[in-house]
Design a protein around this ligand. Sequence first.
Ligand code: SAM
Length: 444
Amino acid sequence: MRINLLHLLLLVNGNVFAATNNDNAASIVHREDPVETLTFDDGPVNIQDPIQMRAMPIIADVNSPRHRQERAHLLRRMARNHGTWGSTHPRLRLLDTLFGFTKYKERQIIELNRWRNLYTNVGKKQKKVLERVVNYKKKLDDVEELIYENLMICKSIVSNALQFYGVTQQELDEHIKDAEEKERQADRISVSQALKHFVRDWADEGAKERNDAFPCILSTLSGLKGVSKEPSPLKVLLPGSGLGRLGHEVANLDGFEVTLNEWSMYMNVAYRFIENSTLTNPFSFHPFVDGFSHHATTTDMLRKVTAPNVTPNSKVLLVEGDFNTAFKDQAGHYDIIVTHFFIDTARNLMSYFDTIQLLLKTGGKWLNFGPLLYGTAPFVQLSLDEIIAVVEEMGFAFEDIGDDCGEITFDGKKPRSKEAEYGFNGKALTKNAYAAQVWVVTKK
Ligand SMILES: C[S@@+](CC[C@H](N)C(=O)[O-])C[C@H]1O[C@@H](n2cnc3c(N)ncnc32)[C@H](O)[C@@H]1O
């Protein structure tokens, strides 16, 4: 049977992926990819298409008791009648996120048309040069085409999420209709950022960013495991895990039971899309088509990235929600907490410290790696020396760590500074790097 792209999209938008378990409702590709002609039954299917991506096989450990329990718990929290229905309700946040991914193309095209419109201000003679030399209009048309290709990934993410969270297409459609009637716009930036996170975490191109941080963190954890007397796997929690690659690398070390935690639904639906992949690089996308700045060449801007470059470790568990509240019943449960580019996201830094202290066993370790880039409205903003003083006052002891975590930041104290990028695009003519602060402390 042959099926064309229009049919495919109808299937995706129609009932094929409409989840049936309503009761328990508890940041791109290349034009040569043959998405328009897909052959089912009698031939190969392009892995790029939403049906194929949704159908990535579910593998053993995702069905482990730990995974099953957490999913049941998640679906209960997601139920409409659970808690208060409002902007922080997980189901509403999920629906808003899926609204964002669904409207990816529309929101991007509005922006593209704005650029097209701005181009009309260029003089006739100037345009002639631009068209002859760089074919500028065609560049904008190329961007449009790649936006359509990115849309396929967004649709796959939505299909996968509907199934995973037990939400029907009808419920999402109604949510979108309601949002549009209220003239609420889908979030373009968060979708774009989530797609770019695939690069940082799961593409070959992200290796530089990962290599700034992971060797220090992984060797420190191996060292802790080496001296640990605990015979069973050490329980490691990584709050603010983004798309989770670090946790998967920790799980690959052996001897660790890894739990990720992430608040953002944009991150979570992207993670759910990738977590069961049993193939390497099954999908491709064009993460940089939505910005014209900092490109050495237009080819760089339009380039294709593939992901995931390794298969995820199926033992890793993601617990969705706010770090400060999601683990309330797990006091003293964890051997190690790893905060990677996380603590400066706090509204109240002291609450993160309290939660870390609560969740660690006595003798447990907290490993931090990240900058002190505070957000727009934190209740308290501390410099490194103040953090050291507060953390010591709380009863943590700073430990020595190895040279692969950088130089000592200041004499007489143990935290180290390690240059670490957080920019997604290694080819950009700009660099976004931090003197990440690294420390290990023990809960006394
Ligand atoms: C700067 S990002 C770093 C992500 C990832 N660790 C990395 O390095 O790529 C911080 C992450 O923390 C998440 N986050 C912020 N506040 C959180 C909270 N209270 N609980 C859990 N995650 C949170 C954000 O959604 C974001 O994904």
